[in-house]
Design a protein around this ligand. Sequence first.
Ligand code: AMP
Length: 418
Amino acid sequence: MAKPKYTSHVGMVDILPDESPKWRALENIIHEEAARFNFEEIRTPIMEQTELIVRGIGQLTDIVSKEIFAFEKGDSHYVLRPELTAPVVRSYVEHHLDQRGGSQKLYYIGPMFRAEKPQKGRQRQFHQFGVEVIGSDDPVADVETIAFMMRIYERIGIKNFELKLNSVGDPESREAYKAALRDHLKPNLHKLSEISQNRFEKNPMRILDSKEAEDQEFIKNAPVIQDYLNEETAEHFEKVTAYLEDLEISYTIDPHLVRGMDYYTRTAFELTSPDLGSQDALAGGGRYDLLVEEIGGQPTPAVGFAAGMERLLIACEELNIELTAEKSVDVYFVTLGDSARSFAVTHLPKLREAGISATMDYMSRSMKAQMKDANRENARYTLIIGDNELNEGKFTLRNMKESEENSLTFDEILKKLR
Ligand code: AMP
């Protein structure tokens, strides 16, 4: 085939007609389960002000690692959203959602953008679904958030995964832990990777998730944060784990699971799958009790997660899980001549109104070609319409699978298929 004149941007992929049914099936599952959990959908714009996403110099490392798409228009600076936690919190603060009362249990589905180097499971435009529960610091909110995430995979039939859990503490416990971590690393600081050396002062906890070979031996023996949690934070974590056990959701505690930003607090979690290869994270989340205030709202605790939809679909493929039934249409109108086509155009809606899917040929093709097309579309029935049929008021309804034909009036057909 000839090389196309235009292609999509690298790392941005078309979801083609053969694939869209499984996306819709996945979206339907998410909407259905969200309704069961009483989560409400929120939809925010694709672009946000740069200042929202890059808040202060502390996030500069993040903008580099997440490689954000940025634009200018006049004096305004925009980015394509790389994730939805900050935008959802922005919306919560901007629209005073706290005044609706109670905690806000929000969920979203949509595209995110990161200018990363594309590879399997890593795109520049990809999709996430996720939850943000804003306004509660109860461990129940953490557990319901995790339970919703797990429910989606359970319903789809993905069972082969690991839920890793940690507490990243509150500011007080974290200061104590960071001091202990620096004490542990300091004697060997010169042996650490350059990137870890740079993190030593400002963000030593990030060293714990370093992938650099030379860091591993020092990470292995590092003190663990669980030993530095103050009473309140330790108790919160214990309640989260106890509820998870009650729900029979298995997890492993991973003391090296940390998060980049200071606004993350207490519960952190990640769901990984061995079916995904090197990009093995299905979803991740945790508490961010300090973010709402950072974005200009009242101090408000919150917890959430984000899950990659492409990765979920890759896992389905690896596990031979079919998210959708085969494509099909109930009735294909095979038309012979102009009057038959007019009849079809005005009678297709009658079937559709009755909940029966129906289509016809748009290319005035021969009967043979239309029958072939009906097969390609996996039609359950064909309805053959020609001048004779129109004169008699009776049409041939052919059951394609059983190769069985009936001559019926249109009303009889409606009744039969309904
Ligand atoms: P994060 O916001 O980085 O915690 O990502 C949450 C989830 O989104 C990950 O666990 C992945 O499943 C998915 N994800 C993140 N980045 C990408 C990407 N570039 N392409 C596809 N999926 C991604």
